[in-house]
Design a protein around this ligand. Structure first.
Ligand SMILES: [Zn+2]
Ligand SMILES: [Zn+2]
Length: 377
């Protein structure tokens, strides 16, 4: 009989999640089996928990959730070459086809055949997860504890959106202090933005914005219509150089286009639930704006930058881990996330205990790469 494990599942097409015992998965020839040490909850999981329109269209229950994680490799398929049992890893959550136009031109983050862990295939809110070797990302255990290593996947979104622009010496406004907005504040601070303004409607999130390096925070709920004018005054009477719209709220998107200076840049990253109206003539053309709409991460360019920012201690994400939980607390944790009173919540599926690895399985010889140089981790 197959060995069993615990998993957080969308069991049926209805709101909520359940904790179930399911068979421990077996890796295929090109897959690895990862003992999950930490997995973080994301807005995507919240959509699936709520069972909103998007998840009803996309998710096919039963399914184990979870696409942000780290852990130890405990088994490898026969054709796995560069990953070994015992290695401490995370994974790119987008499993792409490798064959389409986007994949073959360095734009795999737009692959139309993408399967996302915990969305289209079994995820990591479980004791173990199987992932293809090609999405594995190796971590340095001495530099990234599990509750931070799991955050590389969402942090990469912010790295991609934020580092696509020259921020040094510029005034930056981040609209929306959810996790991605707060990550962006930390990155803007690290790369030398002159001033970093951040806005949200919740005082707790604004306080986290200050912790991450915002020079000034604005409560959009309190300021209402006077938000644009208040920000411009705070910037010495000028519009802002670069605006990151991270909330997806229609009112914030409108604000972004009004508050940016002529010739400035607006980056749209937050996902609005419905179409949003913008005055293209007044707020885009006559302002000579550069507008970029971004999604995902560059695979794997963004991961290298993410590693530099986190392993080097350039950005400290510890203040953003609100809570660690066990399996049974999942529905309460989703409530808390839904309330907007938490930032990142981290599940410890194996109670924070290290993986038990049989000594003989560590002895596989690594396969040298073509140049004969040590394999770049
Ligand atoms: Zn996510
Ligand atoms: Zn593809």
């Amino acid at each position: 009989m197959a060995e069993m494990m615990r998993a957080i599942r969308k069991a049926t097409a209805a709101p909520g999640l359940v904790v179930e015992d399911v068979p421990r998965p077996t890796p295929g020839p090109e897959d690895v089996l990862v003992y999950v040490e930490a997995a973080s909850l994301c807005g995507t999981d919240l959509h699936i928990w709520k069972w909103d329109d998007w998840s009803q269209r996309r998710i096919k229950p039963p399914l184990t959730l979870g696409h942000e994680f780290c852990g130890t490799v405990v088994a490898c398929g026969d054709k796995v070459r560069q990953v070994q049992v015992g290695e401490y890893v995370s994974a790119e959550s987008h499993v792409t086809c490798g064959m389409c136009y986007q994949c073959r031109t360095g734009q795999a983050h737009m692959c139309p055949n993408t399967e996302i862990l915990g969305v289209d295939r079994e995820g990591a809110f479980a004791n173990y997860v199987v992932v293809p070797e090609k999405v594995i990302w190796k971590n340095d255990r001495t530099k990234l504890p599990p509750d931070i290593a799991t955050l590389q996947e969402p942090f990469g979104n912010a790295v991609f959106a934020t580092l696509a622009h020259e921020l040094a010496g510029q005034t930056v406004l981040v609209l929306g202090c959810g996790p991605i907005g707060l990550f962006a504040v930390g990155i803007a601070k690290a790369v030398g933005a002159k001033a970093i303004f951040a806005s949200d409607i919740r005082p707790k999130r604004l306080a986290l914005g200050e912790t991450m390096g915002a020079t000034r925070v604005f409560n959009a709920a309190e300021l209402g219509e006077s938000m644009v004018q208040t920000v411009v005054e705070a910037n010495g009477g000028y519009g802002v150089d670069i605006v990151f719209e991270m909330s997806g709220a229609a009112s914030a998107i409108t604000t972004a286009f009004r508050v940016v200076r002529n010739g400035g840049e607006v980056i749209l990253f937050g996902i609005p639930a419905k179409p949003v109206e913008i005055d293209v003539a007044e707020n885009m053309i006559f302002k000579n704006l550069t507008v970029r709409a971004l999604n995902g991460r560059r695979i794997f360019d963004t991961w290298y930058k993410t590693r530099w920012l986190l392993e080097g201690g350039v950005v400290d994400l510890r203040p953003l881990v609100s809570k660690t939980i066990g399996f049974e607390e999942i529905n309460d944790a989703m409530e808390l996330l839904s309330s907007g009173e938490a930032c990142k919540i981290v599940l410890l599926p194996n109670g924070g205990k290290p993986a038990a690895i049989p000594e003989r399985s560590r002895q596989r010889e690594p396969v040298p790469n073509i140049t004969g140089a040590p394999v770049h981790r």
